[in-house]
Design a protein around this ligand. Structure first.
Ligand code: PLP
Length: 394
Protein backbone atom coordinates (compact mmCIF):
# COMPACT_ATOMS: atom_id res chain seq x y z
CA UNK A 1 0.00 0.00 0.00
CA UNK A 2 1.30 3.43 -0.94
CA UNK A 3 1.32 5.85 1.99
CA UNK A 4 -0.03 9.32 1.37
CA UNK A 5 2.05 12.35 2.29
CA UNK A 6 1.70 13.58 5.87
CA UNK A 7 0.54 16.95 4.65
CA UNK A 8 -2.70 15.57 3.23
CA UNK A 9 -3.52 13.26 6.12
CA UNK A 10 -5.33 15.95 8.06
CA UNK A 11 -6.84 17.53 4.97
CA UNK A 12 -10.61 17.71 5.28
CA UNK A 13 -12.77 18.06 2.19
CA UNK A 14 -14.81 21.27 1.93
CA UNK A 15 -17.98 20.98 4.07
CA UNK A 16 -19.81 23.11 1.57
CA UNK A 17 -19.02 20.77 -1.30
CA UNK A 18 -19.83 17.72 0.87
CA UNK A 19 -23.34 18.93 1.68
CA UNK A 20 -23.92 19.92 -1.95
CA UNK A 21 -22.89 16.41 -3.04
CA UNK A 22 -25.22 14.77 -0.48
CA UNK A 23 -28.14 16.96 -1.62
CA UNK A 24 -27.43 16.08 -5.28
CA UNK A 25 -27.34 12.38 -4.41
CA UNK A 26 -30.75 12.64 -2.69
CA UNK A 27 -32.15 14.57 -5.66
CA UNK A 28 -30.96 11.81 -7.99
CA UNK A 29 -32.82 9.31 -5.81
CA UNK A 30 -36.01 11.29 -6.44
CA UNK A 31 -36.21 13.42 -3.28
CA UNK A 32 -37.48 16.98 -3.65
CA UNK A 33 -34.36 18.58 -2.13
CA UNK A 34 -33.85 22.33 -1.87
CA UNK A 35 -30.13 23.05 -1.78
CA UNK A 36 -29.04 26.19 0.06
CA UNK A 37 -25.41 25.16 0.19
CA UNK A 38 -24.25 26.76 -3.06
CA UNK A 39 -21.38 29.20 -3.02
CA UNK A 40 -22.05 30.53 -6.48
CA UNK A 41 -24.46 32.98 -8.12
CA UNK A 42 -27.41 31.27 -9.82
CA UNK A 43 -27.23 33.59 -12.87
CA UNK A 44 -25.65 32.82 -16.22
CA UNK A 45 -22.42 34.57 -17.09
CA UNK A 46 -23.43 37.74 -19.02
CA UNK A 47 -23.61 37.07 -22.76
CA UNK A 48 -20.99 39.61 -23.88
CA UNK A 49 -18.44 37.82 -21.71
CA UNK A 50 -19.26 34.45 -23.25
CA UNK A 51 -19.07 36.01 -26.74
CA UNK A 52 -15.61 37.41 -26.00
CA UNK A 53 -14.37 33.96 -25.00
CA UNK A 54 -15.75 32.41 -28.20
CA UNK A 55 -14.20 35.14 -30.33
CA UNK A 56 -10.84 34.67 -28.62
CA UNK A 57 -10.87 30.97 -29.43
CA UNK A 58 -11.87 31.63 -33.03
CA UNK A 59 -9.05 34.13 -33.29
CA UNK A 60 -6.62 31.39 -32.25
CA UNK A 61 -5.94 32.52 -28.68
CA UNK A 62 -5.88 28.94 -27.48
CA UNK A 63 -2.24 28.72 -26.46
CA UNK A 64 -0.17 29.26 -23.32
CA UNK A 65 -0.15 32.79 -21.99
CA UNK A 66 2.40 34.39 -19.64
CA UNK A 67 2.28 32.53 -16.29
CA UNK A 68 1.03 35.57 -14.39
CA UNK A 69 -1.67 36.40 -16.92
CA UNK A 70 -2.06 38.34 -20.18
CA UNK A 71 -0.65 41.90 -20.01
CA UNK A 72 -3.95 43.11 -21.52
CA UNK A 73 -5.86 41.52 -18.64
CA UNK A 74 -3.47 42.87 -16.01
CA UNK A 75 -4.10 46.29 -17.56
CA UNK A 76 -7.85 45.83 -17.05
CA UNK A 77 -7.36 44.60 -13.49
CA UNK A 78 -5.18 47.66 -12.77
CA UNK A 79 -7.84 49.93 -14.32
CA UNK A 80 -10.53 48.28 -12.18
CA UNK A 81 -8.50 48.73 -9.00
CA UNK A 82 -7.91 52.38 -9.94
CA UNK A 83 -11.58 53.03 -10.76
CA UNK A 84 -13.14 51.21 -7.79
CA UNK A 85 -10.48 51.55 -5.10
CA UNK A 86 -8.43 54.52 -6.29
CA UNK A 87 -5.34 52.30 -6.14
CA UNK A 88 -2.38 52.34 -8.54
CA UNK A 89 -0.73 49.01 -9.24
CA UNK A 90 1.93 48.31 -11.85
CA UNK A 91 1.80 45.15 -13.95
CA UNK A 92 4.59 43.61 -11.87
CA UNK A 93 2.40 44.04 -8.79
CA UNK A 94 -0.45 41.94 -10.23
CA UNK A 95 -0.80 38.20 -10.86
CA UNK A 96 -3.83 36.65 -12.55
CA UNK A 97 -4.58 33.19 -11.18
CA UNK A 98 -6.93 30.23 -11.65
CA UNK A 99 -9.56 31.72 -9.34
CA UNK A 100 -9.11 33.70 -6.14
CA UNK A 101 -8.76 30.38 -4.34
CA UNK A 102 -5.55 29.61 -6.18
CA UNK A 103 -4.26 33.14 -5.63
CA UNK A 104 -4.58 32.46 -1.88
CA UNK A 105 -3.09 28.98 -2.18
CA UNK A 106 -0.08 30.29 -4.11
CA UNK A 107 0.36 33.20 -1.72
CA UNK A 108 0.58 30.94 1.34
CA UNK A 109 2.99 28.63 -0.50
CA UNK A 110 5.43 31.47 -1.17
CA UNK A 111 4.95 33.15 2.21
CA UNK A 112 5.05 30.46 4.87
CA UNK A 113 7.81 28.39 6.38
CA UNK A 114 7.12 25.51 8.73
CA UNK A 115 5.54 26.89 11.93
CA UNK A 116 4.81 30.38 10.63
CA UNK A 117 1.48 31.61 11.94
CA UNK A 118 -1.45 33.06 10.06
CA UNK A 119 -4.26 34.69 12.03
CA UNK A 120 -7.68 33.55 10.84
CA UNK A 121 -10.83 35.17 12.21
CA UNK A 122 -13.70 32.81 13.11
CA UNK A 123 -16.11 32.26 11.37
CA UNK A 124 -13.77 31.61 8.46
CA UNK A 125 -14.10 30.50 4.87
CA UNK A 126 -13.37 26.77 4.94
CA UNK A 127 -10.30 26.86 2.68
CA UNK A 128 -8.18 29.31 4.71
CA UNK A 129 -7.06 26.92 7.46
CA UNK A 130 -6.44 24.07 5.02
CA UNK A 131 -4.41 26.23 2.67
CA UNK A 132 -2.31 27.59 5.52
CA UNK A 133 -1.66 24.08 6.84
CA UNK A 134 -0.79 22.76 3.37
CA UNK A 135 1.90 25.43 3.17
CA UNK A 136 3.35 24.29 6.52
CA UNK A 137 1.84 27.20 8.41
CA UNK A 138 -0.14 27.18 11.64
CA UNK A 139 -3.58 28.77 11.76
CA UNK A 140 -4.17 30.94 14.83
CA UNK A 141 -7.86 31.54 15.34
CA UNK A 142 -9.56 34.59 16.84
CA UNK A 143 -13.28 34.48 17.34
CA UNK A 144 -15.32 37.34 15.93
CA UNK A 145 -18.14 37.26 18.45
CA UNK A 146 -21.74 37.35 17.29
CA UNK A 147 -22.36 40.37 19.52
CA UNK A 148 -19.69 42.22 17.52
CA UNK A 149 -21.28 41.20 14.19
CA UNK A 150 -18.77 38.32 13.95
CA UNK A 151 -15.92 40.81 13.57
CA UNK A 152 -12.60 40.75 15.40
CA UNK A 153 -11.43 43.69 17.52
CA UNK A 154 -8.02 45.41 17.47
CA UNK A 155 -7.42 44.13 21.03
CA UNK A 156 -7.99 40.54 19.94
CA UNK A 157 -5.66 40.99 16.99
CA UNK A 158 -2.93 42.55 19.11
CA UNK A 159 -3.10 39.71 21.63
CA UNK A 160 -2.89 36.99 19.02
CA UNK A 161 0.25 38.28 17.30
CA UNK A 162 3.45 36.41 18.20
CA UNK A 163 6.96 36.56 16.80
CA UNK A 164 5.90 33.82 14.38
CA UNK A 165 2.94 35.73 12.92
CA UNK A 166 3.34 36.26 9.20
CA UNK A 167 -0.13 37.36 8.12
CA UNK A 168 -3.74 37.97 9.04
CA UNK A 169 -6.68 37.27 6.76
CA UNK A 170 -9.45 39.84 6.44
CA UNK A 171 -12.49 38.78 4.42
CA UNK A 172 -14.94 41.63 3.98
CA UNK A 173 -17.75 41.14 2.99
CA UNK A 174 -17.45 37.83 4.78
CA UNK A 175 -18.29 34.31 3.76
CA UNK A 176 -20.12 32.94 5.76
CA UNK A 177 -21.50 35.90 7.77
CA UNK A 178 -22.05 38.61 5.14
CA UNK A 179 -20.58 41.14 7.58
CA UNK A 180 -18.52 44.10 6.42
CA UNK A 181 -15.73 45.96 8.22
CA UNK A 182 -16.06 49.76 8.28
CA UNK A 183 -13.20 52.04 7.31
CA UNK A 184 -12.47 52.87 10.95
CA UNK A 185 -12.43 49.20 11.95
CA UNK A 186 -10.05 48.35 9.10
CA UNK A 187 -7.82 51.31 9.97
CA UNK A 188 -7.52 50.19 13.58
CA UNK A 189 -6.65 46.61 12.58
CA UNK A 190 -4.30 47.86 9.88
CA UNK A 191 -2.33 50.09 12.23
CA UNK A 192 -1.54 47.09 14.41
CA UNK A 193 -0.39 45.12 11.36
CA UNK A 194 1.94 47.92 10.32
CA UNK A 195 3.34 48.32 13.84
CA UNK A 196 3.92 44.57 14.22
CA UNK A 197 5.03 43.86 10.65
CA UNK A 198 2.14 41.52 9.83
CA UNK A 199 1.04 41.13 6.21
CA UNK A 200 -2.67 41.71 5.55
CA UNK A 201 -4.34 39.26 3.18
CA UNK A 202 -7.48 41.08 2.11
CA UNK A 203 -9.98 38.75 0.43
CA UNK A 204 -12.44 41.05 -1.36
CA UNK A 205 -14.15 38.49 -3.59
CA UNK A 206 -17.66 39.62 -2.49
CA UNK A 207 -16.86 43.31 -3.03
CA UNK A 208 -19.64 43.89 -5.57
CA UNK A 209 -22.37 42.34 -3.42
CA UNK A 210 -23.12 45.06 -0.90
CA UNK A 211 -26.57 45.99 0.38
CA UNK A 212 -28.38 48.93 1.95
CA UNK A 213 -26.17 51.87 2.77
CA UNK A 214 -23.07 49.71 3.15
CA UNK A 215 -20.02 50.52 1.04
CA UNK A 216 -17.06 48.27 0.37
CA UNK A 217 -13.72 49.63 1.52
CA UNK A 218 -10.47 47.91 0.71
CA UNK A 219 -8.01 48.15 3.59
CA UNK A 220 -5.36 48.94 0.95
CA UNK A 221 -7.07 52.20 0.01
CA UNK A 222 -6.91 53.68 3.52
CA UNK A 223 -3.27 54.80 3.30
CA UNK A 224 -0.13 54.17 1.21
CA UNK A 225 1.37 52.36 4.23
CA UNK A 226 -1.59 50.00 4.38
CA UNK A 227 -1.44 49.43 0.64
CA UNK A 228 2.20 48.40 1.04
CA UNK A 229 1.25 46.03 3.87
CA UNK A 230 -1.60 44.34 1.96
CA UNK A 231 -2.00 41.64 -0.64
CA UNK A 232 -5.39 42.29 -2.19
CA UNK A 233 -7.28 39.25 -3.46
CA UNK A 234 -10.25 39.48 -5.80
CA UNK A 235 -11.71 37.94 -8.95
CA UNK A 236 -14.74 37.70 -11.19
CA UNK A 237 -16.36 34.52 -9.81
CA UNK A 238 -18.94 36.20 -7.62
CA UNK A 239 -19.13 39.68 -9.20
CA UNK A 240 -19.70 38.52 -12.78
CA UNK A 241 -21.15 35.08 -12.09
CA UNK A 242 -18.05 33.41 -13.51
CA UNK A 243 -17.28 30.71 -10.93
CA UNK A 244 -16.51 28.04 -13.52
CA UNK A 245 -14.14 30.19 -15.55
CA UNK A 246 -11.59 30.21 -12.72
CA UNK A 247 -10.12 33.70 -12.89
CA UNK A 248 -8.93 35.60 -9.85
CA UNK A 249 -5.97 37.79 -9.00
CA UNK A 250 -3.66 39.13 -6.33
CA UNK A 251 -2.20 42.63 -6.17
CA UNK A 252 0.55 43.89 -3.90
CA UNK A 253 4.28 43.87 -3.23
CA UNK A 254 6.17 43.06 -6.45
CA UNK A 255 8.58 40.63 -4.77
CA UNK A 256 5.72 38.52 -3.41
CA UNK A 257 3.89 38.70 -6.74
CA UNK A 258 7.06 37.63 -8.57
CA UNK A 259 7.48 34.60 -6.29
CA UNK A 260 3.83 33.69 -6.85
CA UNK A 261 4.30 34.04 -10.62
CA UNK A 262 7.41 31.83 -10.56
CA UNK A 263 5.46 29.20 -8.60
CA UNK A 264 2.54 29.46 -11.04
CA UNK A 265 4.96 28.88 -13.91
CA UNK A 266 5.66 25.44 -12.39
CA UNK A 267 2.11 24.62 -11.30
CA UNK A 268 -0.68 26.01 -13.50
CA UNK A 269 1.56 27.44 -16.30
CA UNK A 270 -1.20 30.03 -16.73
CA UNK A 271 -4.89 30.59 -16.06
CA UNK A 272 -7.01 29.28 -18.97
CA UNK A 273 -6.41 31.54 -21.98
CA UNK A 274 -9.99 32.07 -23.17
CA UNK A 275 -11.22 32.65 -19.62
CA UNK A 276 -8.66 35.46 -19.46
CA UNK A 277 -10.08 36.99 -22.63
CA UNK A 278 -13.56 36.64 -21.17
CA UNK A 279 -12.39 38.51 -18.07
CA UNK A 280 -10.99 41.34 -20.19
CA UNK A 281 -14.52 41.73 -21.56
CA UNK A 282 -16.01 41.43 -18.06
CA UNK A 283 -13.95 44.39 -16.86
CA UNK A 284 -13.89 46.52 -20.00
CA UNK A 285 -17.60 46.10 -20.85
CA UNK A 286 -20.75 47.37 -19.17
CA UNK A 287 -21.01 46.74 -15.41
CA UNK A 288 -24.81 46.87 -15.59
CA UNK A 289 -25.23 43.05 -15.33
CA UNK A 290 -23.23 43.12 -12.06
CA UNK A 291 -25.66 45.64 -10.62
CA UNK A 292 -28.71 43.72 -11.87
CA UNK A 293 -27.49 40.60 -10.03
CA UNK A 294 -26.71 42.60 -6.90
CA UNK A 295 -30.22 44.02 -6.84
CA UNK A 296 -31.73 40.56 -7.21
CA UNK A 297 -29.69 39.29 -4.26
CA UNK A 298 -30.68 42.27 -2.15
CA UNK A 299 -34.42 41.83 -2.70
CA UNK A 300 -34.16 38.11 -1.84
CA UNK A 301 -32.18 38.95 1.28
CA UNK A 302 -34.79 41.41 2.53
CA UNK A 303 -37.64 38.93 2.10
CA UNK A 304 -35.89 35.83 3.38
CA UNK A 305 -34.20 37.43 6.37
CA UNK A 306 -37.56 38.73 7.65
CA UNK A 307 -39.13 35.27 7.36
CA UNK A 308 -36.16 33.45 8.85
CA UNK A 309 -36.16 35.39 12.11
CA UNK A 310 -39.81 34.45 12.67
CA UNK A 311 -38.78 30.82 13.20
CA UNK A 312 -38.75 29.92 16.92
CA UNK A 313 -35.23 29.57 18.30
CA UNK A 314 -33.59 31.30 15.31
CA UNK A 315 -31.77 34.62 15.48
CA UNK A 316 -29.95 36.18 12.56
CA UNK A 317 -27.96 39.38 12.18
CA UNK A 318 -28.90 40.96 8.86
CA UNK A 319 -25.99 40.56 6.45
CA UNK A 320 -24.52 43.62 4.77
CA UNK A 321 -22.96 41.85 1.81
CA UNK A 322 -22.19 38.55 -0.02
CA UNK A 323 -25.08 36.05 -0.51
CA UNK A 324 -25.23 34.10 2.73
CA UNK A 325 -27.29 34.20 5.91
CA UNK A 326 -25.60 32.86 9.03
CA UNK A 327 -28.37 32.36 11.61
CA UNK A 328 -27.76 31.13 15.12
CA UNK A 329 -29.97 28.05 15.54
CA UNK A 330 -28.67 26.75 18.86
CA UNK A 331 -32.06 27.28 20.51
CA UNK A 332 -33.94 25.81 17.56
CA UNK A 333 -31.74 22.70 17.74
CA UNK A 334 -32.46 22.41 21.46
CA UNK A 335 -36.23 22.76 21.18
CA UNK A 336 -36.38 20.18 18.39
CA UNK A 337 -34.52 17.67 20.53
CA UNK A 338 -31.30 17.68 18.49
CA UNK A 339 -28.09 17.09 20.41
CA UNK A 340 -26.34 19.84 18.47
CA UNK A 341 -26.60 21.99 15.37
CA UNK A 342 -24.86 19.37 13.22
CA UNK A 343 -27.70 16.97 14.00
CA UNK A 344 -30.23 19.74 13.32
CA UNK A 345 -28.67 20.12 9.86
CA UNK A 346 -28.75 16.37 9.24
CA UNK A 347 -32.41 16.12 10.26
CA UNK A 348 -33.37 19.13 8.15
CA UNK A 349 -31.97 17.30 5.16
CA UNK A 350 -33.52 13.90 5.86
CA UNK A 351 -36.88 15.07 7.27
CA UNK A 352 -37.56 18.26 5.30
CA UNK A 353 -35.14 17.88 2.37
CA UNK A 354 -33.49 21.23 2.94
CA UNK A 355 -29.71 21.29 2.56
CA UNK A 356 -27.84 23.93 4.56
CA UNK A 357 -24.21 23.99 5.70
CA UNK A 358 -23.43 23.45 9.40
CA UNK A 359 -21.58 26.35 11.00
CA UNK A 360 -19.08 23.92 12.53
CA UNK A 361 -17.33 23.85 9.14
CA UNK A 362 -16.69 27.59 9.53
CA UNK A 363 -15.65 27.36 13.18
CA UNK A 364 -19.08 28.43 14.54
CA UNK A 365 -20.96 25.36 15.78
CA UNK A 366 -24.11 27.29 16.85
CA UNK A 367 -24.85 28.58 13.37
CA UNK A 368 -25.86 27.37 9.93
CA UNK A 369 -25.09 28.92 6.56
CA UNK A 370 -27.85 29.44 4.03
CA UNK A 371 -26.97 30.66 0.56
CA UNK A 372 -29.59 32.81 -1.13
CA UNK A 373 -28.06 32.27 -4.55
CA UNK A 374 -31.22 30.48 -5.61
CA UNK A 375 -34.70 31.53 -6.75
CA UNK A 376 -36.97 33.39 -4.35
CA UNK A 377 -39.62 30.72 -4.78
CA UNK A 378 -37.28 27.98 -3.61
CA UNK A 379 -35.94 30.16 -0.80
CA UNK A 380 -39.42 30.87 0.53
CA UNK A 381 -40.30 27.20 0.30
CA UNK A 382 -37.09 26.25 2.15
CA UNK A 383 -37.73 28.69 4.99
CA UNK A 384 -41.29 27.37 5.31
CA UNK A 385 -39.89 23.85 5.61
CA UNK A 386 -37.44 24.92 8.33
CA UNK A 387 -40.33 26.62 10.16
CA UNK A 388 -42.39 23.48 9.80
CA UNK A 389 -39.52 21.32 11.09
CA UNK A 390 -39.10 23.44 14.21
CA UNK A 391 -42.83 23.81 14.93
CA UNK A 392 -43.70 20.14 14.41
CA UNK A 393 -40.81 18.93 16.62
CA UNK A 394 -41.26 21.40 19.46
N1 PLP B 1 -12.76 33.66 -0.97
C1 PLP B 1 -13.97 33.45 -0.44
C2 PLP B 1 -14.30 34.05 0.87
C3 PLP B 1 -14.90 32.64 -1.12
O1 PLP B 1 -16.10 32.41 -0.58
C4 PLP B 1 -14.54 32.06 -2.35
C5 PLP B 1 -15.46 31.16 -3.08
O2 PLP B 1 -16.31 30.51 -2.52
C6 PLP B 1 -13.27 32.32 -2.85
C7 PLP B 1 -12.40 33.13 -2.15
C8 PLP B 1 -12.77 31.70 -4.12
O3 PLP B 1 -13.28 32.24 -5.29
P1 PLP B 1 -12.80 31.72 -6.71
O4 PLP B 1 -13.99 31.09 -7.34
O5 PLP B 1 -12.36 32.96 -7.43
O6 PLP B 1 -11.68 30.78 -6.52
Amino acid sequence: KIELAKRVKTLTPSTTLAITAKAKEMKAEGYDVIGLGAGEPDFNTPQHIIDAAIQSMEAGHTKYTPAGGLPALKKEVAAKLKKDQGLDYEQKEIIVTSGAKHALYTLFQVLLDEGDEVIIPIPYWVSYPEQVKLAGGTPVYIEGSETNDFKITPEQLEESISDKTKAVIINSPSNPTGMVYSKDELKALGEICIARGVLIVSDEIYEKLMYGENKHISIAEISPELKAQTILINGVSKSHSMTGWRIGYAAGDSEIIKAMTDLASHSTSNPTSNAQYATIAAYSGSQEPVEVMRRAFESRLDIIHAKLIEIPGVTCIKPQGAFYLFPNVKEAAKITGCKDVDQFVERLLTEEQVAVVPGSGFGSPDNIRLSYATSLELLENAVERIMNFVKSNQ
